[in-house]
Ligand binder design. Structure first.
Ligand code: C2O
Ligand code: CU
Ligand code: CU
Length: 464
């Protein structure tokens, strides 16, 4: 572990001879909530335009996107227009929806075109997000800034801080090259590992707390970095949700690990007038072969001199305990090595796995090399074991992405949905975007039970 400072960077030093070691404090940007239009049938219509700014790309703006919010039961209609100079896609990471609406590599949007997926939200409250997923080009599109949050709420949510921008604060964490170069995005073992961290696009971000409890929704939208987030003073805080929904009860921790694609929601208590830094501190035990875990300051929180006192955190959050997979559940095994899964690169025309709708399976992920993670589209899974041990309490809730340190093994309980389509696949892949782009991805279809043997394993054309 080493603390990176800008002084060590020749490129930055050349551009600015009196470079300070830290970015000047800047008020944390909060992505605006995108108001939907309401169609005659009550559906919520959201208009998202991917576009290029002068140096960065964004959605409805020059960098990152607005926050989309919808409730369980809502029908959402998206109009996604591509005003980028390249073909792209927009994937709803964490959404349970038909494969043709998923925005994966088959749902390409040509420059100038508009893609109009729609679906009904039928899943618990969660923090999800959207980002491009173009085959072999995801790393650069996400790095340039095309990403945003999609928050789902439910009518029976527990009483939690939920005033967006006041006590319910999104934190989109991304590392960058301070030089402004895109060097590294498409090269090296892990791709880009930047020397500075932006939160919601803000460098040196400062947030002013006005309530005694603040809920932060952390999203690791970095290309490759893994963070161990906590506070410089070592204070504990409560984890209330993982990727795909609430835990059963708050889990008290002093650090949370979050790899690319993962989300974690935490609630932190502040005292009037204090200042505390949220930071990332790498594991003390780590080998040279694993992904770098440099230390970074993420966010400075300044608590106002008097704070509105927040209601106590509920002891039950509504998350359900994991159901054990049935006896005789199908076990699928995925070996990760280099940037291959089961010794194969992604092939857009090959269906790797055929899953019967509603199946409850065990997926075993065996990482044979350096750090990876594993994300499955459309599902929420539970981690049964990591290296033979149950996961820490804060990772025991519903998830869609799991981190696998070097040589780790994970055993997942995966519950599949009922959106069947034998010719439109969903993806599973490493969310280290350099690995994904190199082909560390496979495709599965969900089909009517009993029809598995009839499914063509080769697909032609693209599905939109
Ligand atoms: Cu966030 Cu398949 O991706
Ligand atoms: Cu996804
Ligand atoms: Cu990987």
């Amino acid at each position: 572990m080493k603390r990176r400072t800008l002084l060590a960077l020749p490129l930055f030093a050349a551009a600015c001879s009196s470079a300070p070691p830290r970015a000047a404090p800047t008020r944390l940007h909060i992505p605006p909530v995108l108001p939907p239009a309401i169609d005659a049938d009550g559906a919520k219509r959201f208009t998202l335009t991917m576009r290029a700014g002068s140096k960065t790309w964004g959605i409805n703006g020059d960098f990152l996107g607005p926050t989309v919010r919808a409730a369980r039961g809502d029908t959402v209609r998206m109009a996604v227009t591509n005003r980028l100079p390249e073909t792209s896609t927009l994937h709803w990471h964490g959404m349970r929806l038909p494969a043709r609406m998923d925005g994966g590599p088959h749902q390409m949007i040509e420059p100038g075109a508009t893609w109009t997926p729609e679906w009904t939200i039928d899943q618990p409250s969660m923090t999800s997000w959207f980002h491009p997923h173009l085959h072999e080009k995801t790393a650069m599109h996400v790095y340039r800034g095309v990403a945003g949050l999609f928050l789902v709420n439910d009518s029976d949510d527990p009483a939690l801080p939920d005033t967006y921008g006041v006590d319910d604060i999104p934190l989109i964490i991304q590392d960058r090259n301070s030089s402004g170069s895109v060097g590294g995005v498409d090269s090296g073992t892990f791709g880009l590992l930047g020397d500075v961290v932006l939160i919601n696009g803000t460098r040196g971000a400062v947030f002013t707390a006005t309530t005694s409890l603040v809920r932060f929704r952390l999203l690791n939208a970095s290309n490759a970095r893994v963070y161990r987030a906590g506070f410089a003073d070592g204070r504990t805080f409560a984890v209330i949700a993982g990727d795909a929904g609430f835990l059963e009860r708050p889990a008290t921790v002093d650090r949370v690990k979050i790899s690319p694609g993962e989300r974690v929601e935490i609630v932190v208590r502040f005292a009037p007038g204090e200042t505390v830094v949220m930071n990332s501190v790498g594991e003390s035990e780590r080998s040279a072969n694993d992904i770098e875990e440099d230390d970074f300051d993420l966010l400075t929180v300044v608590a106002a001199g008097s704070l509105t006192s927040s209601p106590a955190l509920p002891s039950a959050l509504g998350g359900t305990p994991p159901e054990s997979p049935p006896a005789g559940a199908t076990v699928r095994r995925f070996a990760l090595s280099g940037s291959e899964i089961n010794d194969r690169d992604m092939d857009m025309t090959r269906i790797d796995e055929v899953v019967p709708a509603g199946a409850h399976e065990i997926w075993e992920i065996d990482n044979r090399t350096y750090a990876h993670n594993f994300h499955i589209h459309e599902v929420a899974f539970r981690i049964l074991e990591i290296d033979g041990q149950p996961p820490p309490a804060y990772q025991a809730g519903p998830k869609d992405t799991v981190f696998l340190p070097k040589h780790a093994k994970a055993r997942l309980s995966v519950r599949f949905g009922r959106h069947v389509d034998p010719t439109a696949p969903y993806m599973y892949h490493c969310h280290i975007l350099r690995h994904e782009d190199k082909g560390m991805m496979g495709q599965f279809v969900v089909v009517e039970p009993g029809t598995e043997a009839l499914v063509a394993r080769t697909i032609t054309g693209h599905h939109d």
